[in-house]
Write a protein that binds this ligand. Sequence first.
Ligand code: SUG
Length: 448
Amino acid sequence: MKSFEVNFDGLVGPTHNYGGLSFGNVASQSNSQQASNPREAALQGLEKMKALMDMGFVQGVLAPQERPDVAALRSLGFGGTDAQVIEKAAKEAMPLLVASCSASSMWVANAATVSPSADTADGRVHFTAANLNCKFHRSIEHPTTSRVLGAMFADPEHFAHHAALPAVAQFGDEGAANHTRFCRSYGEAGVEFFVYGRSAFDSRYPAPQKYPARQTLEASQAVARLHGLSDAGVVFAQQNPAVIDQGVFHNDVIAVGNGELLFHHQDAFLNTEHVLAELHGKLQARGAAFQSICVPRDQVAVEDAVRSYLFNSQLLSRADGSMLLIVPEECRSNTRVWQYLQSLTASGGPVREVKVFDLKQSMQNGGGPACLRLRVALKETELAAVNPGVIMTPALYGTLTRWVNTHYRDALRESDLADPQLLLECRTALDELTQILKLGAVYPFQIN
Ligand code: SUG
């Protein structure tokens, strides 16, 4: 049976702004307070989706969330009408209003961890929504994420959904950004690679000193258990704490994998040789030939990787077996990274082509091409069971482009977030979007 890796890209929401909300994420912190352009952000994302569709990949769309999150502000003690809640929060606690307005759900690599059916005990595709417990503005995403994923992957014969892990830092879970799946072909059993930043229950594991390690070993293990993965089909590895302290807040900022290939920085992991040997052994037992490409620190320093988001690229398999790397424009403007990429494609290895995309609006908040997509490997029958409304087509691209141009502002500053009109604009746009994507009622304003 045919199988596919489908990329579901997060559509950037109408409140996209630079809130400076993510301590440990260099771009988020350094672009704080700049004016954003939500319309441009959404159109840049749609361009990437269209380009992948045009290249023959199956591409999907994941809807943004209702913001400001008035319910979150109410839970923090702001009362009255929705407009009064926003007004009071703006007056008394602006940082909380900013957090409740974040369009961070666009980075859907953090929406959930997904295990394809060939890996799971019950033969269904499993999803666990990420609790994103490290940051308040992200911790409020998972209830809507679960409803949206439920509306996209509704058929219980093929899809199983798990609620987010307990909402405490000990089970901090950032979803697919710290999870990679290797396999010979998407429909065959593979090896799922979970990368964590620290252990919450065992003090023998080292931890970063400056910035938080968002993902715990215990969270990764819980997800593997929930999904019914076998020991033969999982590898757990610790991220190098020293790189977290340099701004590598997710593993997908320093490594990316697909098929039989892991592309990683020399400093990405602890005990690298052991990790690679385990991946190699477990994949070999599955009949797959694991390969890794290690980028040496003397060619690309961790700082350059963080600035350019070289590893936050999409590594895609083409029909002829070769691979394509989708990178952000920032890779081309970094001389060392660009030189490295030239040598990579000329080396005769599996990565033959690099395509560059302008995703500046998202990049300025620390989100590159790989952050913007959630990968779901599906067999033909499973793909047929996905809600067809969320699969990208030329017609859907046209409709979504018009929708963005109708509803999105082209500039948003912190002071604009206090405007209650923004909430109405967002709700009007999302109400229309649920009809376009055929999602049904998924937003709090539609179900309460
Ligand atoms: O969680 N930025 C996101 C970026 C997530 C990137 N995702 C992956 N690497 N997969 C984060 O730090 C910034 C929001 C702000 O500052 O306005 C933010 O949430």
